[in-house]
Unconditional design. Sequence first.
Length: 395
Amino acid sequence: MTLPRKHLFHLPEDVIYLDGNSLGPLARSVPDRLDTTLRAEWGAHLITAWNTDGWMAAPTRVADRIGRLIGAEPGSIVLGDTLTIKVHQALSAALSLRPDRRVILSDTGNFPTDLYMAEGLIAQLGRGHELRTVAPEDLAQAIDDNTAALLVTEVDYRTGRRHDMSDLIDRAKAHGAITIWDMAHSAGAFEVDFAGSGAEFAVGCTYKYLNSGPGGPAFIAVRPDILPTIQPALSGWMGHGAPFAFELSYRAGAGIERMRVGTPPILAIAALDAALDAWEGLSMADVRAASIALSQRFITQVEARCPDLTLASPRDPEERGSQVAFRFENGYAAMQALIARGVIGDFRAPDIMRFGITPLYLDESDIVKAAAIMEDVMANRLWDDPAYHARQRVT
């Protein structure tokens, strides 16, 4: 099969969807799969479905399908909870692996929730840890022998700027630091080789490029050789060595099972499992090549048509993820005007207009048409309508 695969997604007519980097669209296979899970499994089998329908094994089985997309070894990745929880799990484990160090290193371009979780964990531990943030371009040089953990999101959620993860991981290893690689904007966007990188942890959400739906489950991958050494801080019953023995004290499960926490969200995992069918037969190299071609076309079109917009993303495609961002003083209003005309992107403060380039369901005609609508909005100041300036809760 070739790209794009629009027929596999439910996309409203007269809409060009450029926000798959924030929430992927509904795969057409998901409603039937959810109906089966609801009626034929939960409805017909009730609680026995945990055994008869494989619910208990779903977090690892479906996670291994993601593992193929991020280069994680089978059995080294598991689903469940949210990305915020997975960041906490990875960071607390990382600090326990380096008990003599106190610095958590990140950058000012990181997604705020990662930094918030670090701050909260530091306060909880009360052992004098420090969250040190530097400018993204200074991150590599800031890694030193005091660094316990490097907490980094590969792609900047605002501009799409991409870190050189190979270099950062190598530098962290040279200084004995643990790497936590946030793949929220990497998984499903371009080629990733977690196993080959040597990183200790990777975490990510599934509702962006993997199209699992709002609030879809997150994943955590752990380098297999360190799994036996990890004592999970979030010691939930699903991570216990024998959950249904109901022992009064925690003992960690074998392998990646120990990174499970609470009861898995079966409906959400079923939706993800169905959505992942769209990736069958595709190579991430082909997806990436299509993404770059569409991104370059988009930049060329927008810059030619909309001189008031300034490219915020790196111009070199190798230095950005699968999104393109432009700066505009009235970016929020301009984005609302675009959405009203069927071009859906989103806005990030203070002035970033973001556009996800997702080749599973976008083609060149979509890109050109979106740029033409942007030209109309900008050239005729259609954004300068009071209705478009009223901020909604989600931007």
